[in-house]
Write a protein that binds this ligand. Structure first.
Ligand code: 16G
Ligand code: ZN
Length: 548
């Protein structure tokens, strides 16, 4: 059972700030770092109980991703390295908001009873804890540790500063019983990358030993940790900018979120000397990445940004993976039924979805916004790829299919090409982070795919042309009034809103629009796309008026 006096004693050190409601949003709790001690302490309790309940190691990460430096937050990683089970979210939220200490014990006991926390599980548990580079991180990590240790039988292992995906990867590796150190993480990515590059059929440029990628580190943990890979990755030369030194501030005018939303160069980019070179931008905790390059233009500055977002990344990876999968399917009859699918959200540019369906013939499904939704859907395929347009995504291999690839003897593949395809897919599975989207993994997977296919970033960009789009946010009295269905593509409440949107859409060429309540801000978001930028802008404005 629960040691109530131990819990109360520990909890009394972390009083709840009055007058604030903390909600477990799309990706955990987030707020100004100065008011989060109590919430983080209690998230430590949740992680400890989850560890007892699953009999596995759990992760707890202190980060606020792309938010400003003074913010912070906490997310919990489940045994497979994915996000905390949604069934536990209401518990995490009610625990975080309980103002009476006696009731804290009651909330925990009720939940434990209901879920048989101690029945199905181990008598001891373990939680791995890490944080990004935010100044409030050290103090909050300690609060989380005390929360974990408030539950008897659970130990806290503080790893220190990591990217979010590194922590998720370690949780997954620990529970699979394989090497789970930071060094193991780097060597898995680099050996997968080497394997892909070694199999490149013909190299165009044997004279140039390496490709240059310029990285925007968002002045965060990604810039700092990338050096661990830089040292052991062949064939890629990295030039990392916005490392957090030289006065750069985390996420301020830098990072993937800034580049993708504002369509602007991050600081220290956009120089004439960078023209046409491949650039990549991480977000503050390095679980997101977008690519871009600079192109000569006629306007005042003379240089414009060409963005390659999550949809373009997804499409590139789908082309690369499908090529090898087809080889396998056609040569090895018992693999002919292996299925492959991609997962997007309503924000995916219509041109990407059309290309995936019509040109590649792959199955495309939509889910609501939020990584957990996409991840679970992608996990249903033998190989599933998911990406949000904002650059969060990864590739998942179903356990059974992965086992077939690893266990089949070379002779059973019949042809050399099929054997090679199997090895390539295995190498891809090493480079990707199957726990969660990972800027490092995606950076090197994209780079290896481009090298393999002998493409430049411009070739990649030309796969399809994005439809012009516009996003707006609208302040409303109560965004909870708005309800959606069909993966947020249609509104059900308030009544009449969907038909008003339909009327606006009909006014423009190739129009598409939807609205949804934000999960992270007190606003309603509007998305519109159409054949021209003017029409997309006009459609977004028209829809926004109906939302008010
Ligand atoms: C969170 C989600 C992200 C989503 C965004 C939408 C995770 C790890 N992050 O940042 O996937 O795109 O919320 O924000 O799930 P919104 O609801 O405010 O539009
Ligand atoms: Zn992030």
């Amino acid at each position: 059972g629960l040691d109530a006096s131990r819990l109360i004693k520990a909890a009394s050190g972390f009083p709840l700030p009055p007058g604030i409601h903390f909600s477990y949003g799309t990706a955990g709790f987030r707020a100004d770092g100065s008011i989060l001690d109590c919430v983080v302490f209690r998230a430590g309790i949740v992680a400890a109980l989850r560890s007892l309940n699953t009999g596995s190691t759990i992760g707890l990460m202190i980060t606020a991703s792309h938010n400003p430096i003074q913010d912070n937050g906490v997310k919990i990683a489940d045994p497979n390295g994915d996000m905390l089970s949604q069934e536990w979210e209401p518990f995490a939220e009610s625990l975080a908001n309980e103002s009476n200490l006696e009731n804290v014990v009651q909330v925990v006991e009720d939940f434990m009873q209901k879920n048989g926390v101690f029945k199905v599980s181990a008598s001891s548990g373990k939680v791995l804890l890490a944080r990004d580079t935010r100044p409030s991180g050290g103090r909050l990590l300690d609060a989380a540790k005390q929360g974990v240790e408030a539950i008897a039988g659970v130990s806290a292992e503080v790893i220190g500063v990591l990217t979010t995906p590194q922590l998720h990867w370690m949780v997954r590796a620990t529970n699979r019983g394989v090497g789970a150190s930071e060094h193991d993480y780097y060597s898995q990515i680099s050996s997968g990358f080497k394997c892909i590059v070694d199999m490149i059929p013909m190299r165009k440029n044997l004279a140039s030993p390496s490709e240059l990628v310029i990285v925007d580190g968002a002045n965060g943990v990604g810039a700092m940790k990338l050096s661990g890979l830089q040292a052991i990755i062949p064939n890629v030369q990295l030039n990392v900018r916005n490392c957090g030194s030289e006065g750069g501030i985390l996420n301020e005018l830098v990072g993937a979120d800034y580049v993708q939303k504002e369509r602007k160069f991050p600081q220290n980019f956009g120089h004439a000397s960078d023209l046409t070179k491949m650039c990549a931008s991480f977000d503050g905790d390095a679980d997101r990445i977008v690519f871009f390059y600079s192109q000569k233009s006629e306007d005042a500055e003379g240089i414009t940004l060409r963005l390659l977002d999550g949809d373009k990344i997804l499409t590139l990876l789908a082309i690369f993976i499908q090529k090898h999968l087809q080889e396998l399917r056609s040569e090895v009859h018992w693999l002919s039924s292996v299925n492959f699918g991609v997962v997007q959200t309503a924000y995916a540019n219509g041109a990407s979805t059309k290309f995936l369906k019509e040109n590649l013939g792959v199955e495309v499904v939509l889910t609501p916004t939020g990584v957990k939704h996409l991840h679970h859907k992608a996990a249903q395929y033998d190989i599933g790829i998911y990406f949000e347009a904002n650059g969060h995504g990864t590739v998942l291999f179903k356990e059974e299919f992965f086992a077939v690839l690893t266990k089949t003897a070379p002779s059973e593949f019949r042809t050399e090409a099929a054997y090679k395809a199997a090895r390539l897919l295995l190498a891809i599975s090493d480079v990707v982070n199957q726990a969660i989207g990972d800027a490092f993994s995606v950076l090197f997977l994209v780079e290896s795919a481009l090298q393999y296919m002998n493409w430049t970033i411009q070739d990649w960009d030309a796969i399809y042309k994005d439809l012009p789009s516009r996003q707006l946010k609208v302040k409303v009295q109560d965004r909870a009034v708005l309800r959606t269905t069909n993966s947020e593509t249609k509104v059900t409440h308030p009544q009449g809103l969907q038909s008003a949107i339909d009327m606006e859409v009909a006014k423009v060429t190739c129009g598409r629009a939807f609205v949804r309540p934000s999960g992270t801000e007190d606003v309603v978001r509007v998305y519109a796309e159409a054949a021209t930028q003017d029409e997309a802008d006009c459609l977004a404005r028209g829809v926004a008026i109906h939302v008010h």
